[in-house]
Design a protein around this ligand. Sequence first.
Ligand code: MN
Ligand code: MN
Length: 285
Amino acid sequence: MENSFRLTGFMGTNDSYEAAKAIILGVPMDFTVSLRPGSRTGPQQVRTFSYGLEEYSIYQNKSLENLAFYDAGDLTLPFGNITKSMDIIEKAAERIFADDKLPIFLGGEHLVSYPLIKACYKHYPELYVIHFDAHADLRSEYEGEVYSHATVMRKVAELLGSRRIYQFGIRSGIKEEFEFAREHTHIYVNEIFPSLRDAVLLLKQKPVYISLDIDVLDPAYAPGTGTPEPGGFTSREIIEAILTMAPLNVVGMDIVEISPPNDHSERTAILGAKLVREALLAYVK
Ligand code: MN
Ligand code: MN
């Protein structure tokens, strides 16, 4: 049963890995989620709803028909084993970066971004990260665990060094996280625009990895997520954000925390599919 879903990739693509400039890879891990698990089925749900999308984007006047991309399906992970799973995720990502292809990873919980960015950083030592999220994700530990969806950007900050992360849309966290952010990241509390435009100008020559936690959106637009946080951004603003980053040298991206069991209208997965389409068209050069 499981394999029968994998016969068709995102938007029905049947391009080969070799020919593809971009790779979609599902990372179905949701082992450290605190409130509502379920994002392990996110990648498959995004694929399912991609079939309702047009290949053509009116925003960019471009079509996926003219872009070779490959959907590698979902990784097989040993459920519950975080260390081993992170290892598998890192190795899979390393291969894509080594082949000079642009990966778009679909989560899964946000912790998957740590091994993904680790693999990316090995290939691009000058890497910067643009992080969209309702939550700072900068805790030093969560419930005694160092590796968690709530600590992921702290681990990334420790890996890349100071001031390599730009955080947008953040509206939740503990005091310690905001103190850490003031010294070690660039944080834009409750804001995307206009600061994102300035960041794009600053980072124009650098390799950039984009990590998009779907809960940056308001739960009205993206209710299907583990930790919804009211007071968020609209679908229009996030699409605008994706398009605004088109001039950057985007070398990798993830969209995480889409959780189908909480997505009763499927609007979160539908949005996720649209964001993937726009990202492919905007970032594959
Ligand atoms: Mn997050
Ligand atoms: Mn979040």
